[in-house]
Design a protein around this ligand. Structure first.
Ligand code: ADP
Ligand code: MG
Length: 590
């Protein structure tokens, strides 16, 4: 962090640089004070940072750090507009390594509060300034240890109009806590403490990135289900703390993107993470994923948003692609390869793959109520069958459709026992009992078949016209060749107008899916094929409720158990399994 701290001394930026800085209100709520002060303490190379927030930060916010501090001269000017030690010239603005750079945080805070700063650098006396509404009231020598203490009290006392917009103190405190966590997550090598109304609320000791994340959200997810993965690229590096697919959630709260250690709202990258997981999660569910990108500062511009929440990338598409690839190759390690064990014909099965899946299932059950997997019709039949109160009666109402000759064995040792609830194919192989979802299974098999077919293209009788905004237009222009190689031919008509001229034969009639994909810029070009195949597979697969004959059932079971990734294209698991060992365990025999 300190590398970029040029001379180490604070200067007032010349107008030529100051004018290039995104103007805007930096301080509008207590959490923005928290954000700026924590940035400064991190930039100062601190190893311990304490944050105190009283009454939601409206009464007082105090940050105590043990960083390099400020000497007498720095302290005298640090609260003036555009005073910074972090950049000197315009070139510096493009090479930033620090979180702060505009020299406007302390001056903005000083203008709307009562500010006191005590600071000490090594081997010198500590000094203290008091500034109210931008006016220096006092400068004095004081006592204390190396580092800086900043006290901000009576926020907006001089601007009642802004004070009126503050929320209840509990809401402000929550926002401060959220900011605190966002700041602390990317710096596991710094110890952070958060106090509200003088009570220690969060303590994050120095640890690994993974442990920092689980400590920041205690009790939310099991640390063992978080994995650290990374990939290196020419102009950027990716580090991800990725949750097991089993950890999925119904909202995006734990999908967080950090760019050069700063949390950003870049939806395209959140989408990239979703795409990476899409074949592994049931629809409508979101993964737990913390994405830390490190991008060469000259390829990004944070200076477009006053609070640095938005950012412009020069190579967003490339990063997007790499994020999806990194996640997908990690998730492929969760696949259980059934074909391996069947072809090796091992007498003693290797359970490690199964245990992984079972462990996952276990948790999935806890997180996802059974209802989620039910279609309305299936739910109805389930409910009517459940009316009786005696378990014995329930057994009688189970509608197993037995196969013609009771049990059918295939030559691969597959024992097929019939269809349950018009959906599940009951199957045993050696020591494992499977409930296979016939629709999901067939869907996945068709999906794989479509994917492996070659593509003939066809010209549309009537070209499909559509509009694109500038940003998406740029992306499509870049991707035109790649789309063309997959059989999708787009033409630019000028003025944000486009037309789709030619598509692969299999996707005739699905022009709206294609154009929506381009408009949402939801993934890599090749993901468009996946989306189309998934749509087709879903429509032509055996439905739940379809009665199927033995030969078809066995064929489907064999293919299903050979699947590489036993999830349907929408991410739902294809089967549920239970082993002999577990069954014995359930009835207390083990
Ligand atoms: P910026 O962070 O953009 O430089 P600020 O207004 O936030 O601008 O801070 C102005 C300057 O004050 C910083 O450049 C830095 O030199 C100094 N400063 C602020 N906070 C601290 C701190 N906690 N420790 C040491 N120096 C600090
Ligand atoms: Mg700053």
């Amino acid at each position: 962090m300190s590398k970029n701290n040029k001379s180490g001394r604070i200067k007032i930026l010349p107008d030529s640089v100051a004018l290039r800085i995104a103007a805007g209100e930096v301080i509008d709520r207590p959490f923005s004070v928290v954000r700026e002060l924590l940035d400064n303490s991190i930039d100062a190379g601190s190893t311990n940072i304490d944050l105190y927030v009283d009454n939601g930060g409206i009464d007082s916010i105090r940050v105590v750090d043990d960083g390099r501090g400020m000497n007498r001269e720095d302290l005298e000017i640090c609260y003036l507009p555009y005073s910074t030690s972090k950049i000197d010239t315009m070139e510096d603005l493009d090479q930033l390594q620090t979180l702060g750079f505009r020299g406007e945080a302390l001056s903005s805070i000083a203008s709307c509060s009562k500010l006191e700063i005590t600071s000490k650098i090594e081997k010198e006396h500590p000094n203290k300034i008091i500034v109210h509404s931008s006016k220096l009231l006092s400068f004095s020598e004081t006592g204390g240890s190396d580092g800086t203490i900043i006290d901000v009290s009576d926020l907006f006392y001089s601007i009642p109009a802004r004070k009126k917009f503050l929320k209840r103190s509990s809401a402000e405190a929550t926002a401060c806590k959220k900011t605190f966590l966002e700041k602390a997550l990317p710096f596991p090598n710094i110890s952070f403490r958060f106090f509200t109304d003088n009570k220690l609320k969060i303590f994050l000791p120095v640890s690994t990135l993974k442990n920092r994340i689980s400590a920041a959200y205690p009790g939310v997810f099991d640390n063992k289900l978080l994995h650290e993965i990374s990939s290196q690229h020419k102009d950027f590096n990716i580090k991800i703390i990725a949750g097991d697919p089993a950890l999925h959630r119904s909202d995006r709260r734990y999908m967080q993107v950090f760019l050069n250690n700063r949390r950003i709202n870049e939806f395209a990258l959140v989408q990239a993470a979703e795409y990476g997981y899409s074949e592994f999660l049931p629809g409508g569910n979101f993964p737990v994923i913390f994405l830390f990108l490190e991008v060469d500062p000259s390829l990004i511009d944070f200076n477009i948003h006053p609070a640095k929440k938005e950012v412009r990338f020069r190579n967003l598409q490339e990063i997007h692609r790499s994020v999806v690839d990194t996640i997908k190759s990690f998730l492929s390690t969760f696949e259980y390869n059934y074909s391996k064990s069947i072809s090796n014909n091992e007498p003693s099965r290797d359970f490690s793959g199964f245990t992984e899946i079972l462990r996952e299932r276990d948790i999935e059950y806890r997180h996802t109520p059974f209802k989620k997997y039910n279609s309305p019709e299936r739910e109805k039949s389930f409910n009517t069958q459940n009316k009786t109160s005696f378990p014995v009666d329930k057994f009688q109402t189970l509608n197993v459709t037995p196969p013609d000759n009771n049990q059918v064995k295939s030559n691969k040792n597959i024992l097929y026992m019939g269809q349950l609830f018009n959906l599940f194919l009951l199957t045993a192989i050696d020591d494992i009992f499977y409930f296979i979802d016939q629709h999901a299974a067939h869907e996945k098999i068709l999906f794989n078949e479509f994917k492996s077919k070659n593509r003939k293209t066809q010209e549309l009788l009537i070209p499909y016209l559509f509009d694109l905004n500038n940003e998406k237009e740029e992306i499509l222009k870049n991707d035109l060749q790649e789309y063309k190689s997959l059989g999708f031919n787009f033409e630019f008509l000028g003025n944000n107008k486009w037309q789709l001229l030619e598509v692969p034969e299999y996707s005739i009639g699905k022009e709206d899916i294609i154009v929506n994909f381009v408009k949402s810029q939801a993934g890599r070009v090749s993901d468009l094929e996946t989306e189309l195949y998934a749509d087709m597979a879903c429509k032509s697969a055996i439905k739940d409720g379809d009665i199927i004959d033995n030969t078809t059932a066995i064929e489907l079971i064999e293919k299903t158990l050979n699947l590489q990734n036993a999830r349907c294209p929408h991410g739902r698991p294809v089967w549920f399994q239970v082993s002999r060992e577990e069954l014995f365990h359930f009835v207390g025999r083990l």
